[in-house]
Design a protein around this ligand. Sequence first.
Ligand code: SAH
Ligand code: SF4
Length: 393
Amino acid sequence: MTIQLKIDNAGRAQNDPGLVPLVGLTRAQLRDALVEHAGVDAKKGKMRADQVWRWLYHFGVTDFDAMTNVSKDLRAAMKAAFTLDRPEIVERLISVDGTRKYLVRLSPGVECEMVFIPDVGRSGALCVSSQVGCTLNCTFCHTGTQPLVRNLTAAEIVAQIMIARDDLDEWPTSLEDRKLTNIVFMGMGEPLYNLDHVSDAIDIISDGEGIQIGRRRITVSTSGVVPKIKELGERTGTMLAISLHATNDPLRDVLVPLNKKYPLEVLLNEIKQYPGLNNSKRVTFEYVMLKGVNDSLAEARELVRLLRGIPAKINLIPFNPWPNSPYECSDWDTIEAFADVVNRAGYASPIRTPRGRDIFAACGQLRSESVKIRASERKRLEREQSEGEPSQA
Ligand code: SAH
Ligand code: SF4
């Protein structure tokens, strides 16, 4: 059963395109913006930026007048240049299991989805999108059927967290009894093809005087963009997840076509170099269970063999179907037998229970109806990304 709630700000006017969103600038960018557009004296730029920063990310204010320790003149100058409006929530669905899915309109015709999954352990994870659509075409993934619309900006990535915090009533930031404790970049898109913006967003989310979600509680999942993996670790210090899904190249070439460019051996060697890896900072390997495709016991044993020597966690994900998907989920007995082999090799509870299936919010089911960009623009992005260069679109 799905409950659809009425949303307070549904139908609210889109942000005034002339105003710059203040949420999503790094500290340095915020200081520069205040000096350039709000008349702040350069010498006082850092101090003012620190003040405003706290209002934005500790208190989550959406009104400049709430910034009570900021002078009236500066508030007026900020109002004329910037906006604190959040992107519009177009749809908000709550599953029977408490999972919440949001469809967010970032700009006219551009929408992304994000999902809040409560009670993962003693915590709650927000699954955020890094792109609208994806240039990669993993055959089991619904997002992969949608052409890339565009990369999200850092502001748009951070806005997803702000919206979830608004909805969960989690302002000001508190370190106790939080509902939203973890962020996973496992929504739409390939984060390593948008690393500059993902990295800026992570700097903002993890800042100790704002949202305060530590880097160890942020996981970035990649289908295996080898040239960017080490850079991800160096720039963000976050946890790494790899969408593995197969234990041999011929099958992975089909399921995750990027494997043709970066085959298993190359990928696994690169993962071993991930900065800071040890038994308390393990790589998560995601393995989607596809009936009759990758779910044999021989493959379970091969999985264990392949990961030997890498501090790893294994997540077996029951396949979540979508309309006309070409695969079926493995039978439960098969998943348990597979998990048994993995368990006996020392990996604890590897099956990830599907969440939010009734509202189509589970892994790989995300897909927005955003309008497509011009074919020429899409080709340019796809070309750049296939060359392993992140695009700034
Ligand atoms: N592009 C990145 C992050 C987004 S996908 C990546 O591929 O890692 C997030 C996770 O959901 C990945 O592990 C992906 O393989 C998995 N996934 C995609 N479609 C799925 C489906 N239909 N059922 C279960 N898991 C799926
Ligand atoms: Fe893109 Fe990840 Fe889906 Fe593959 S699994 S199509 S990389 S979002």
